[in-house]
Design a protein around this ligand. Structure first.
Ligand code: SF4
Ligand code: SF4
Length: 74
């Protein structure tokens, strides 16, 4: 069965905009925000949640535990 994500959440307090999550995602789900936050960081944003396979590479590689992927429970 193909896994699908119901939500991908970035914690704006923990994320420091390093973009490792964007780099490691094999499916182009994430992209750098065009808007800078109040700390001067460009946080990742979800551009294609349908493409997410819930591999959780982004979660595993994030050094700040700032991104969470929630799977759809069928
Ligand atoms: S890897 Fe983590 S800290 Fe870096 S941009 Fe992604 S969510 Fe933010
Ligand atoms: S779980 Fe995998 S496919 Fe989904 S956003 Fe993270 S790295 Fe990309």
């Amino acid at each position: 069965m193909v896994k699908r994500a119901k939500a991908i959440v970035v914690d704006p307090k923990l994320c420091k905009g390093c973009h490792i999550c964007i780099s490691v995602c094999p499916h182009g789900v994430l992209k750098e925000s065009e808007v800078v936050d109040n700390r001067g960081f460009f946080l990742p944003r979800v551009i294609d949640i349908e493409a997410c396979k819930v591999c959780k590479l982004c979660e595993m590689e994030c050094p700040d535990f700032a991104i969470s992927v929630m799977e759809i429970d069928d």
